[in-house]
Design a binder for this molecule. Sequence first.
Ligand code: G1P
Length: 295
Amino acid sequence: MKKRAVKKAVIPAAGLGTRFLPATKAIPKEMLPIVDIPTIQYIIKEAVDSGIEEILVITNSNKHCMENHFDRNYELENRLMESGKQAERDMICEIADMANIYYVRQKEPKGLGHAILCAKSFIGEQPFAVLLGDDVVENHGGKPALKQLIEAYDAVQASIVGVQTVPDEAVHKYGIVEPVRQMNGRRVKLSSMVEKPKLEDAPSNLAVLGRYVLTPEIFDYLETQEPGAGGEIQLTDAIKNLMISQSVYAYDFEGTRYDVGDKFGFIKATVEYALERDELKADLQAYLKTLVETF
Ligand code: G1P
């Protein structure tokens, strides 16, 4: 079988961001910054660092500022030049040159599976990656989460979902996989998957955490997929159905994952990413210590 490289990615970003209202009334949640970088920029950097060359962002009518962020801004560039701020100018230019980014609108909020279906003609007949904007993954000094998944895909040439073990109380928030055998190593073949199960119905504690590599046959299943959990067309259900005709694997990726779609997860990411910054680390550490003593 001819090997097909994973060079395209899809980033669904058409959600309403209701968990972050009022901040997301006029600003897409993907533009909320962790320290000073919008969350979507971390996601796009992970894709680029993983070898992705073309990215399709699924948007809705409220996401213009995301497109502006990844475009050139000549007025700002000129002003920065005139005031001698060359480093800042270079930095904003680099953002526009990160990758070939395309946009398509999801016209109705029918769920993640429906959002991915909007990418069908962009993807064509190639395997592709999906990265969810609520899941930011940091793997200090190691390979990006998506790169790990793409390497696992290269080994098996089959769809593969990125998972990590979550505690019992979190199982109902995720797509949960059913491995064919006990996990031994990082990769395992799957026999089923279920979206947001009750704990008593969950086949494992291995949750899908926002990273996928999928074969294009997924679109055949998405096209006919009936609404599932929450009345939405679920990607999880289509991947489960894909298992009827193809093998699907899970890969337990390395790295710390932050649920930045959740307020507490967002605060944790902000504090930890700030502690990684040379210009902030000492002051923030000292401040956190005083806070601990005060409360
Ligand atoms: C989505 C997916 C779910 C996955 C989760 C990861 O759910 O449907 O399978 O586990 O992302 O963050 P959402 O959080 O959008 O409800």
